[in-house]
Design a protein around this ligand. Structure first.
Ligand code: UD1
Ligand code: CA
Length: 458
């Protein structure tokens, strides 16, 4: 779309009371500024200019991969001065001006504004909303329905403060309008700032086509100025995500108590219990159950998977019909095969765990290739980290039975169909079909128990 976005993100955000620049505060896991830029992209706006100021070096590092141009506003002299910093002379398209701290605006909102602006062939438009509590917002003054001016709350009379229609801080303008009028704005107001709102007065004086476009979505005016407004924005994003998922047949026991980030995909018929936190690029199939308090990040989970309570899953692939947990910890680069079972207090890191294999209890597997239909007994440990501070691999073939309390000292290979007796420390490769056993023979000394107990009492 032939439109340029100018996003104002130079302000300090004093009321956030936080060392982080305001626009870097995350809303549902994504920095506010990245969210606003992402929304522009979804609306088809390819050219994005961001005005930075306070905390600019940190803000720039976040902007770096987002393919935007950054423009430094040396001193925060007001919103008009911020726009002026965006190299207006080089503008070739119509422009939408947005605030970096209004994270709830949607691509559909932007598309609506742009199509209204084009349809009505306007020179300048300001987006407004009606609020029950207009608080500190600039008031929209109309005469016979026509926009007359925007008055900042601080400069407004008691009568003007009663107006409920407010300035969202979003404007659409022809490039020529910005080029001509922004430099003419003066700072004769209570804050001694260059107000972007004065653009309206200048354009109206010159009889340009200017409109206040009333948006039904009041969320476009949700500015984040403090931590409470940030938390509220995050809550709204999570709620709208669960709502969308429910519309697509995902079952939530308590949607308010469940957090699913926007990028997550979940198939119909899956059930998500309260306390689940699902983030990043996670995809979950159909008919999968995620029990309470599971944390799932950047993972691919198949159909009919059962993830039991309290599991912690990062960058993992879990195939169809597998079951995991309760209290499983699966770390990056782990794949759990189809119909496999990973039980309680099992940790895995960099493991390929084959179809139908089982590790039911209290086990650590790291840097391991584990075949199909393998049984890993309780208390099995791969000793993958050696004294030379290097990691070594354990390879286990198909249908191996690993008895309880086995240590596999890597590098080691256990071939298919073999059996490892419980309590064995495996230090040598085990050939296919063999029994591996390393136990010191048991000695029973008759009557010793009593003797020993007496001794220790005295
Ligand atoms: C502004 C509007 C007000 C509107 C409100 C909506 C003006 C004068 N007032 O007020 O009518 O109701 O937004 O939220 O425009 N910024 C800079 N550089 C500056 C000043 C601000 O980059 O020198 C950025 C801020 O980071 C922020 C945005 O511009 O993203 C808005 O600035 P802010 O100071 O929050 O304006 P408001 O006083 O809220
Ligand atoms: Ca603001």
């Amino acid at each position: 779309m032939e439109f340029t976005a100018i996003i104002l993100a130079g302000g300090q955000g004093t009321r956030m009371k936080s060392p982080l620049p305001k626009v870097l505060h995350p809303v549902a896991g994504q920095p506010m500024i990245a969210r606003v830029i992402g929304t522009c992209r979804q609306a088809g706006i390819t050219q994005v200019r961001v005005v930075v100021g306070h905390g600019q070096s940190l803000v720039k590092t976040v902007l770096e991969p987002l393919n935007v141009s950054t423009h430094v506003q040396e001193q925060q002299l007001g919103t008009a001065n911020a726009v002026q910093s965006a190299n207006l002379e080089s503008l070739e398209t119509d422009v939408i001006i947005m605030n970096g701290d209004h994270p709830l605006i949607t691509d559909q909102d932007l598309k609506n504004f742009i199509s209204d602006f084009k349809e009505q062939q306007l020179d300048l438009a300001v987006i407004t909303v009606e609020l029950d509590n207009p608080a500190e917002f600039g008031r929209i003054v109309r005469k016979h329905d026509q926009l007359v001016s925007i008055v900042e709350a601080k400069d407004a009379s008691m009568e003007t403060l009663k107006i409920r229609e407010v300035n969202t801080g979003i404007y659409l303008a022809k490039a020529s309008v910005l080029k001509k009028y922004i430099p003419l704005i003066k700072n004769n107001n209570s804050k001694k700032e260059f107000y972007l709102t004065d653009l309206i007065d200048l354009a109206l004086t010159d009889r340009l086509k200017v409109q206040a476009l009333l948006s039904k979505n009041t969320d476009v005016a949700h500015g984040v100025n403090n931590q409470a407004e940030l938390a509220e924005a995050t809550k709204k994003v999570f709620q709208s995500k669960t709502k969308k998922l429910m519309e697509n047949g995902v079952i939530f026991i308590d949607p308010q108590a469940t957090h699913v980030e926007e990028g997550v995909i979940i198939g119909a018929g899956s059930v998500i219990y309260p306390g689940a936190f699902i983030r990043g690029k996670t995809a979950i199939g159909a008919f999968t159950v995620i029990e309470p308090n599971c944390f799932i990040s950047d993972s691919i989970i198949g159909d009919s998977v059962h993830m039991k309570a309290g599991s912690y899953i990062e960058q993992v692939i879990i195939k169809n019909k597998a079951s995991v947990g309760p209290y499983a910890r699966l770390r990056p680069e782990t794949t759990i095969g189809e119909s496999a079972h990973v039980g309680n207090f099992v940790e895995m890191k960099k493991v390929n765990f084959g179809n139908k294999s089982k590790a039911g209890h209290l086990t650590y597997l790291g840097d391991a290739e584990i075949g199909e239909d393998v049984n890993i007994g309780c208390g099995t440990i791969t000793c993958n980290y050696a004294a030379d501070k290097k990691k070594y691999k354990t390879v286990i073939g198909d249908r191996v039975f690993v008895g309880s309390d086995t240590q596999l000292v890597a590098p080691v290979t256990v071939e298919s169909d073999s059996l490892i007796a419980s309590g064995t420390t495996v230090t040598k490769n085990v050939p296919a079909g063999a029994l591996a056993l390393s136990r010191s023979p048991q000695v029973n000394k008759e009557g010793y128990a009593k003797k020993f107990q007496k001794k220790s009492e005295s």
